[in-house]
Design a protein around this ligand. Structure first.
Ligand code: UDP
Ligand code: MG
Length: 192
């Protein structure tokens, strides 16, 4: 299996590049944000709780996302590999993932980080909000809170994979297909 953690701040293009990567390399896309939004739309009690957290730009508790991740991996254990998009978002989640994947005889192959500066992120998120209707993409103070949460809780996950020599950074600004070319070159270096 080839397991990719796609990393970067909100609006860095993780979802966009993931769609292209899964098509080319036949990986399963595990976007915890998408799974959480699906639960939110179901209108369940849990969904309402999730909505409150997402709409404040905070993080859903580790145990809750970990349960979703494990169920997804279990259901797709015959896959060629996974793209973890939006997860792990805390060092605790990264440690958990490192302990969980060996149960499926596999491990993280690479963390690929999309590098995009903050002004560009805000522009992209606001224009996504205008078409997607995502409340967390429409309000500047929620966006700023998400970027803060990213700096405080998620950036440390980078060091976690750097120490394992599984970290690579790709320039995330420019034409989507040019970014994808850089992404593929990086992935293929680690596939061997
Ligand atoms: N979220 C979370 N844990 C996750 C994934 C998402 O708490 O593992 C919540 C969090 O509130 C985040 C929101 O869902 O701000 C949107 O996440 P997503 O990854 O979809 O957004 P992106 O960072 O791609 O814009
Ligand atoms: Mg996303």
């Amino acid at each position: 299996m080839f397991n990719l953690v796609i990393f970067g701040p909100p609006g860095s293009g993780k979802g966009t590049q993931s769609d292209k990567i899964i098509e080319k390399y036949q990986l399963k896309h595990l976007s915890t944000g998408d799974l959480l939004r699906a639960e939110k739309r179901s209108g369940s009690e849990l969904g309402k709780e999730i909505q409150r957290i997402i709409d404040n730009g905070e993080l859903v508790p580790d145990a809750m996302v970990q349960q979703m991740v494990k169920a997804f991996v279990e259901k797709n254990k015959d896959a060629n590999g996974f793209i973890f998009d939006g997860f792990p978002r805390t060092v605790q989640q990264a440690q958990w993932l490192d302990q969980m994947l060996p149960d499926f005889n596999t491990s993280v192959s690479l963390m690929l980080s999309l590098d995009v500066e903050e002004d560009e992120l805000k522009k992209r998120l606001l224009s996504r909000g205008a078409v997607s209707g995502r409340a967390d993409d429409q309000n500047v103070s929620i966006i700023e809170n998400r970027i803060q949460v990213y700096h405080h809780q998620t950036i440390p996950v980078m060091d976690f994979y750097k120490k394992q020599m599984k970290y690579a950074k790709v320039e995330g600004v420019g034409d989507i297909d040019d970014i994808f070319k850089r992404v593929c070159l990086t992935i293929e270096k680690y596939m061997k």
